[in-house]
Design a protein around this ligand. Structure first.
Ligand SMILES: *[C@@H]1O[C@H](CO)[C@@H](O)[C@H](O)[C@H]1NC(C)=O
Ligand SMILES: *[C@@H]1O[C@H](CO)[C@@H](O)[C@H](O)[C@H]1NC(C)=O
Ligand SMILES: *[C@@H]1O[C@H](CO)[C@@H](O)[C@H](O)[C@H]1NC(C)=O
Length: 552
C-alpha cells in the first residue's frame, strides 16, 4: 500500500520533471527567437516579457524547484574582486552557500575575493586579519549535502525547505562605515554597481544568458521613462546586510535622492531585515529532553535556506584585495570598471552611465533632447562639443576644508575677468560661483547638467561631476593643498571620459602625470592656497585648444 503510493508519487515527480524540462526548453527556444534577439538590438523593457496575446504567458516560465532532487548548483555570471554576480546562491543561518553538483569546481574564485567578515576597515594588521572570511561567512557544499540539509521528504508530500527571493538582488556586505557619504555611496558604490551590471548583461560580453534575463525581469505598466538604448535589468531589491536602518543616508540627503531617482522600484532591506532572514533559517535550539529526540531529527528537519536565483554580491574589503583597487586606485568601482572594460562590456566615454545620468537629470526637471545619443567611437576626441561653455566654481568657503579667503576672492576675480574678456571677443561664456548647500537638489543637478568646467577644492562637492555631460571639452579642476593628492574624483571623472586636472597653487598636472598619493599637513585645512590667474589661464587654454602639448 505504502509502496505503491510512493511509486506513484515518484512516477508523478519524474513525469513532472520531464514535462517541465520540455516546457522550459520550449520557452527558451521560442523566447530566444521571438523575443530575446530583437530586444538586444532595440531594447524596450516596458514590453518585455509581458507581451500579451501571444503563446508566451508569464506563468509559463515559472520553474518549480519545490520537488527537485538536485538542488540547482551555483554558477558565476561575472566576477571581479569585490563584485560577483551569481546564479543560484543560497543563505542559511547567516552563511552564504555556494552549491556544487559533482566536485567543487576549481573555477570558483577564492571566498576572500568575494566577501569579508564585513567589519569596518582600518589599516592595522589585526583588523586586516579579522576581515578575512571564515566558513561561517561563506561555504561550499555539494548538491547532495544541500539536499540532506534543506531537501523535503518528497515521498510524504513535503517540498524542499528552500524559499526563492525572486528577481535580481543586490547584496551589500559592508558595514555603515562608508555608506553615509555621497561620494562613497553614489560616486563609488553605485557607479561600480552599474558598470558591473551594464557589462555583465551587455550582449557583447556573452556573460548573461536569455535565461538570466527571464529570471531577472519583472515588468509592469509604469509612468517611468523607457529609453530605447540598452540597459541591464533592474534590481528587485538591495540588501544592506550589515548596516542598520537609516545608516546609508548622508546628511544632505543626496544618497536617497539619487538611489530613488534611478531605481524607483527597488526595495531596500537593512540589517534588521537580513537578520529576519537569518533567524528564519537558524536551526532550532537543541531539544531539552531526550524524550523527543528519538522521534525525529529536529535539526535536520527544520533546516531551511533562502535561494537567490540571480544576485550581485558586493564587498568593499574584497575589492581592496584586488590589484586595481588595492594597489592602484583605492576605488572599489575600479575593479568592476576595469574588468568590464577588458570584457568589452562598457566603453571609455561614459556611454554606459548615460541612462543613469539622464534619469537623474529628468528626475530633477532638466529638459533635454532624447536623441542626444552618444553615437561616437570610443574616444573622447570624437565627443560632441558643448552647446555653450559653462564654468561652475563650487565654493567651499563656508564648510570645513577650504581656500585662503584672499585666494578665493582672487580666483573669483580672475574667473570674472576671463568671462569679460571672452564677452569682448564675442563669446558668451557663463560663470556660476555657487555654494551647493544653498541650492535645492534639483537646482544642483540642473546646474551640473549644463556645466562644461567644474572647479573646486578636493571634497564631496565634486561628486556631482558624475552627472556632467561628457563633451569634448568637459573637465574637472580639483584644487589640492600643494603636495597633496587623492584619487577620488580623479579616477572617477576619468572613468566617465571626462578630463581631470589637479591644481597645486600655480601649477597643475593631469593623467598620466599625476603624483603619488599624499595627505600633507594642511590637506584638510582652511588655508589652501591657489593662484587664481593660473586657474583662469588653464581654463582658457583648455577650452581654446591652446594648452601646451606636455599638458594636453
Ligand atoms: C548558526 O549560526 C550561529 C551564529 O553564527 C552559529 O553559532 C551556529 O553554529 C550555526 N548553526 C549551524 C547549525 O550552522
Ligand atoms: C551613428 O553614426 C553613424 C556614422 O556617423 C551613422 O551612419 C549612424 O546612422 C548613426 N546611428 C545612429 C543611431 O544615429
Ligand atoms: C602661489 O603661487 C603664487 C604665484 O606664483 C606665489 O606668489 C605664492 O607665493 C604661492 N603660494 C604658495 C603658498 O606657495
Amino acid at each position: 500500500m505504502i509502496l505503491s503510493y510512493s511509486l506513484t508519487r515518484r512516477n508523478a515527480v519524474v513525469v513532472l520533471m520531464i514535462a517541465s524540462c520540455l516546457y522550459v526548453l520550449f520557452t527558451i527556444v521560442t523566447y530566444d527567437i521571438e523575443h530575446f534577439l530583437p530586444m538586444v538590438a532595440s531594447f524596450r523593457p516596458a514590453r518585455y516579457p509581458l507581451s500579451t496575446g501571444s503563446h508566451f504567458k508569464e506563468t509559463s516560465r515559472r520553474i518549480d524547484f519545490g520537488l527537485v532532487m538536485d538542488i540547482p548548483a551555483t554558477s558565476i555570471v561575472a566576477h571581479a574582486p569585490g563584485w560577483t554576480l551569481f546564479r543560484n546562491l543560497y543563505m542559511s543561518n547567516g552563511t552564504i552557500f555556494l552549491v556544487y553538483s559533482e566536485t567543487k569546481p576549481e573555477s570558483f574564485p577564492a571566498p576572500r575575493m568575494m566577501i569579508s567578515t564585513s567589519l569596518p576597515a582600518f589599516n592595522t594588521p589585526e583588523n586586516i586579519a579579522q576581515r578575512e572570511p571564515t566558513k561561517e561567512v561563506m561555504d561550499f557544499i555539494s548538491s547532495e549535502d544541500a539536499r540532506r540539509r534543506w531537501g523535503g521528504d518528497h515521498v510524504n508530500g513535503e517540498r524542499n525547505r528552500i524559499w526563492s527571493i525572486e528577481g535580481i538582488t543586490l547584496l551589500v556586505n559592508d558595514p555603515p562605515q562608508f555608506l553615509d557619504h555621497y561620494y562613497h555611496f553614489v560616486g563609488e558604490f553605485l557607479l561600480g554597481t552599474w558598470a558591473f551590471m551594464y557589462g555583465a548583461f551587455n550582449p557583447s560580453t556573452g556573460m548573461a544568458t536569455s535565461d538570466d534575463w527571464l529570471s531577472a525581469y519583472e515588468g509592469n505598466a509604469s509612468f517611468n521613462y523607457y529609453s530605447d538604448i540598452y540597459q541591464p535589468p533592474p534590481f528587485a531589491r538591495v540588501s544592506f546586510m550589515h548596516a542598520p536602518a537609516g545608516s546609508w543616508r548622508d546628511k544632505p540627503g543626496l544618497n536617497s535622492f539619487i538611489l530613488r531617482a534611478v531605481f524607483p522600484s527597488t526595495a531596500i532591506e537593512m540589517a534588521e531585515d537580513w537578520a529576519d532572514r537569518v533567524i528564519a533559517t537558524a536551526p532550532p535550539a537543541p531539544p531539552s529532553s531526550d524524550l523527543v529526540q528519538h522521534s525525529r531529527n529536529l535539526v535536520a528537519d527544520s533546516n531551511k535556506a533562502w535561494h537567490f536565483p540571480l544576485v550581485l554580491l558586493t564587498d568593499r574589503s574584497a575589492a581592496h584585495r584586488g590589484e586595481a583597487c588595492g594597489q592602484r586606485t583605492q576605488r572599489i568601482a575600479a575593479e568592476a570598471w576595469e574588468y568590464m572594460v577588458r570584457q568589452n562590456g562598457i566603453d571609455l566615454i561614459g556611454r554606459w552611465w548615460q541612462i543613469i545620468r539622464e534619469t537623474v537629470w529628468r528626475f530633477s526637471g532638466v529638459v533635454f533632447s532624447d536623441n542626444d545619443d552618444l553615437n561616437v567611437s570610443d574616444s573622447s576626441q570624437n565627443l560632441p562639443l558643448p552647446e555653450k561653455i559653462v564654468i561652475t566654481y563650487i565654493s567651499r568657503q563656508t564648510v570645513r576644508r577650504h581656500l585662503i579667503q584672499a585666494d578665493h576672492d582672487a580666483l573669483s576675480d580672475a574667473l570674472r575677468d576671463l568671462i569679460a574678456r571672452k564677452r569682448d571677443a564675442g563669446k558668451s561664456w557663463e560663470l556660476n560661483i555657487v555654494e551647493p548647500e544653498m541650492l535645492s537638489k534639483d537646482e544642483q543637478i540642473s546646474l551640473i547638467s549644463k556645466t562644461t568646467i567644474l572647479l573646486g577644492v578636493h571634497g564631496n562637492g565634486l561628486t556631482h561631476a558624475i552627472f556632467m555631460k561628457p563633451t569634448r571639452l568637459s573637465a574637472v579642476l580639483e584644487i589640492f593643498y600643494p603636495g597633496g593628492f587623492a584619487r577620488d574624483y580623479e579616477w572617477t571623472t576619468r572613468s566617465l571620459g571626462i578630463r581631470h586636472f589637479s591644481i597645486w597653487n600655480d601649477t597643475y598636472f593631469t593623467h598620466p602625470n599625476e603624483p603619488m598619493l599624499g595627505y600633507p599637513e594642511g590637506f584638510h585645512g582652511t588655508s589652501i592656497p591657489v593662484h587664481g590667474r593660473t586657474v583662469a589661464h588653464l581654463i582658457e587654454d583648455w577650452l581654446e585648444g591652446t594648452l601646451s602639448q606636455d599638458h594636453a
